[in-house]
Write a protein that binds this ligand. Structure first.
Ligand code: SAM
Length: 207
């Protein structure tokens, strides 16, 4: 199975989600300049959508080299190389000094993190005072979510992905488990909230 091809097809399936979330995030926090970090960026599409509607400089990180390759390709295709940087690293080691980012976003990655409190602490370390973290998973609007679910039902690749989600309890359970997120925030000793919006669950933090 060609991993690059699978990732690209999944991006196509989710393509409506990223512009929706980018507008939601900029409307909500009003952060349109400075530095933004996209954690577990996958193909880089949330960062790209944010770059298109703001003046933010974006750093996309992911610990998977195939995702990094595709992010680089997508950034070049969109002509955004002057404002976007890609780094292969994981959420537990973000190679920046403290207080570097005005905005930290992450979609769909949090469910794979084995040490969520550790990840939150590391993101908070690199967040600037006055900055915001929006980190979780969701499909955007109700309409987008329904279209994606229809497409998943109809396509063999997406069926495979869906059955993997069902089989992997760490994804299935965390996606619906508020206490898991609340406890992770509490374990850090930092302030943050869990919100349900954009057809998903998110951690929201300020510094
Ligand atoms: C479901 S994909 C979501 C990708 C993208 N954010 C999106 O919304 O399309 C999850 C991504 O998180 C990355 N990831 C998982 N664990 C990670 C970690 N510990 N550090 C950095 N990236 C991680 C995976 O490699 C994958 O690209």
């Amino acid at each position: 199975m060609d991993k690059h091809a699978d990732i690209e097809r999944l991006c196509l399936l989710f393509s409506e989600v990223y512009p929706y979330l980018a507008h939601y995030i900029t409307d909500k926090y009003g952060i349109k300049t400075g530095y933004c970090l996209d954690v577990g960026a996958g193909a880089g599409l949330l960062g790209i959508s944010l770059a298109k509607i703001t003046d933010l400089s974006i750093v996309s990180i992911d610990d998977d080299s195939a995702s990094i390759d595709i992010t680089v390709k997508n950034i070049l295709f969109e002509g955004l190389a002057h404002r976007m940087t890609v780094i292969e690293t994981d959420v537990y080691y973000i190679p920046f000094v403290d207080n570097s980012f005005d905005l930290i976003v992450s979609r769909g990655s949090v469910f794979s993190w084995q040490d969520l409190p550790g990840a939150i602490k590391e993101m908070y370390r690199v967040l600037k005072p006055g900055g915001k973290i929006f980190c979780g998973g969701g499909l955007g609007s109700r309409e987008i979510s329904m279209r994606i679910q229809q497409a998943i039902k109809a396509d063999p690749l997406f069926k495979k992905v869906r059955s993997r989600w069902r089989e992997e309890p760490y994804i299935r359970d965390k996606g619906q488990n508020t206490a898991y997120f609340v406890n992770a925030i509490a374990a850090t000793g930092l302030k943050g909230s869990v919100i349900f919006d954009c057809e998903g669950i998110w951690i929201e933090m300020s510094k």
